[in-house]
Design a protein around this ligand. Structure first.
Ligand code: KIV
Ligand code: NA
Length: 266
């Protein structure tokens, strides 16, 4: 597979072809997922829960992110690689630059940062320094203690409008992608229409430019046995992981995932 670039991903948005992303934390899965045709691999700080057994993403250290990014890079077969800036690794622009440099040197091609408009300066500085940025908005799990739980965001129209403004400001600041988590499907659609950069959704309905799921969730693996509403087990009816991943890709591309049952209403 030829290597996926940001230019190509933007073209997919323009053509209306859905973009696929999965989280990935190691070399073997990086090889499996990229070979199956997943366009983007995200080294998410969900590794704090999935790999490390914590109950939030807060304990994840930058060195954990760097380690898993390097693992994914070694197994990757042409997918676009994005790494999360974990909790308190970007509390100033200077710190964000320093943290991102480590992720990029480990093999990331973009960093993802959680938050709102206050990050626009940081996004601009990162981009100026050769580091593409994905802005993660909506439910931002690093702020779970501020939100008072993992709650659907943007349900009232004022909050929804504010999120659309935030996405526009991020685009103006130079962000190359937006990831939106846990918002009503109508807002996922509005966000994707409001900006020209790709908007990738998780729990944000079928009308975002692309979809992401946590790898272990879509393979039906879970410590708690409880999966969020937006998760579908793609292992069901498949003989192997390649089959599950290919079925995820097909379902995203043909628009059958996410279905109504995976979506939040207003
Ligand atoms: O850390 C992660 O896996 C993420 C996705 C849920 C989007 O940020
Ligand atoms: Na994350």
């Amino acid at each position: 597979m030829p290597s996926i670039t940001l230019t190509y991903l933007k073209k997919l948005k323009q053509r209306g072809e859905k973009i696929t992303m999965l989280t990935c934390y190691d070399a073997t899965f990086a090889h499996e997922l990229s070979t199956a045709g997943v366009e983007m691999l995200l080294i998410g700080d969900t590794l704090g829960m999935i790999l490390q057994g914590h109950d939030s993403t807060l304990p994840v250290r930058l060195e954990d992110m760097v380690y898993h990014t390097a693992c994914v890079k070694r197994g990757n077969n042409g997918a676009f690689v994005i790494a999360d800036l974990s909790f308190m690794t970007c509390s100033s622009t200077e710190q964000a630059l320093h943290s991102s440099a480590q992720l990029m040197q480990a093999g990331a091609q973009m960093v993802k940062i959680e938050g709102g408009e206050w990050l626009c300066d940081t996004v601009q500085q990162l981009t100026r320094n050769g580091i593409p940025v994905c802005a993660h908005i909506g439910l931002t799990p690093q702020s779970v203690n501020v939100f008072g739980g993992f709650k659907v965001q943007g349900r009232d129209s004022k909050q929804a409008e504010a999120l659309i403004e935030t996405a526009k400001k991020f685009e103006q600041a130079g962000a190359a992608m937006v990831l939106v988590e846990a918002v009503p499907a109508s807002l996922g659609k509005a966000l994707s229409e409001a900006v020209s950069i790709p908007v990738i959704g998780i729990g944000a309905g079928p009308d975002t430019d692309g979809q992401v799921l946590v790898l272990h969730d879509m393979l039906g693996l879970s410590i708690t046995g409880k999966a969020p509403k937006f998760v579908k087990n793609f292992m069901r009816g498949q003989d192997d992981i390649q089959g599950a991943v290919k079925s995820y890709i097909a379902a995203v591309k043909d628009g059958s995932f996410p279905a109504q049952e995976h979506c939040y209403s207003e």
